[in-house]
Design a protein around this ligand. Structure first.
Ligand SMILES: Nc1ncnc2c1ncn2[C@@H]1O[C@H](COP(=O)(O)OP(=O)(O)O)[C@@H](O)[C@H]1O
Ligand SMILES: [Mg+2]
Length: 290
């Protein structure tokens, strides 16, 4: 997608708004317009959920992100690989509002300019991020961790009066099954295995029903069996959510990959199927050292 398309999206939004006003003025028939987008609402009409164009970031003169352009389709499971220092984590920092780029464009759907929002706003809009280290509440049970994730999302804070409604309970049960922890509901999170803690944290993100999930090295430190289960988990999330997965574990990537993007020196070096990327000479050169 190009900036032109983005501009067209913005223009369309303006037109819709005009139409909407006209409709209201002419007898409240706004409901007959099926696709009116409110400002700030996610617009996926172009089939792309995330769009980065010519993004640049320097740290003390060092170009960590160098004319990076990349986009992710709705419901896609995109794998990102690349050597250490390629800029993978920095790219996630930019998407989530943690780092401001020096230049470039970052859009969520066709109309939401992420560079105009801060970290909490971006999380609230439906971009969930999983850092490398699990950050669950060790003293709380699996159930309480998931419950807390929902409270935080609703901005309820630590209020004791918060009780899950039926729909939220259903959601919690569904998430427990998705992350394979239905038999560990009452266990203290601190007693879970490393892999289970990672799944619980993914579950906490899922409680907030993110549109886009960013996962940074999710299987690092997992056993082979845990890695296998995580691959199944991600494949089950694809379609319902869009995912961007950064990982070094090639067996894992091979198992889940559709499109693989190779980052190097802050830009896209190659992109394609796992086999294409693996056979790419520039990619081989980067991984084997020049
Ligand atoms: N806050 C920062 N300040 C200075 N340099 C940084 C900062 N964040 C990242 N870098 C540098 O930017 C480059 C890319 O880092 P990073 O995005 O963590 O790479 P990756 O996740 O692909 O291993 C590295 O050289 C790193 O040292
Ligand atoms: Mg990293």
């Amino acid at each position: 997608m190009t900036p032109e398309l983005m501009n067209q999206g913005a223009e369309r939004l303006e037109k819709h708004k005009l139409k909407q006003e006209t409709a209201v003025n002419s007898g409240g028939r706004a409901a007959s317009f099926s696709r009116i987008h409110q400002p700030g609402e996610l617009d996926l009409v172009h089939g792309r959920i995330l769009y980065l164009e010519d993004v640049n970031v320097s740290f003390d003169g060092f170009k960590a992100i160098n004319h990076l352009s990349l986009d992710i389709g709705v419901g896609e499971l995109r794998c990102i690989i690349g050597p250490n220092g390629a800029g993978k984590t920095t790219m996630m920092d930019i998407i989530t509002g943690k780092t401001r780029p020096d230049s470039g464009q970052v859009f969520f759907g066709s109309t939401i300019n992420l560079l105009r929002h801060n970290e909490p706003e971006i999380a609230q809009m439906g971009i969930g991020r999983k850092f490398q280290k699990p950050t669950v509440f060790e003293q709380l049970s699996v159930f309480e961790n998931l419950e807390l994730a929902l409270k935080t999302a609703k901005g309820v804070g630590a209020s004791m009066r918060f009780a899950l409604n039926g729909e939220q309970k259903d959601r919690l049960m569904e998430v427990l099954q998705t992350i394979h922890l239905q038999n560990d509901v009452l266990r203290q999170a601190g007693n879970l295995s490393h892999g289970q803690k990672q799944w619980l944290e993914i579950g906490m993100l899922l409680m907030q029903d993110p549109k886009l999930l960013l996962l940074d090295e999710p299987v690092a430190g997992m056993t082979d069996q845990e890695t296998e289960r995580t691959a199944e988990l991600f494949l089950s999330l694809k379609g319902k959510h869009s995912l961007m997965v950064v990982e070094h574990d090639m067996a894992f990537i091979r198992q889940i990959a559709d499109v693989v993007t190779v980052l190097c020196d802050g830009a896209v070096l190659a992109q394609g199927s796992f086999d294409d990327v693996q056979a790419n000479e520039r990619v081989i050169e980067v991984y084997l050292g020049r």
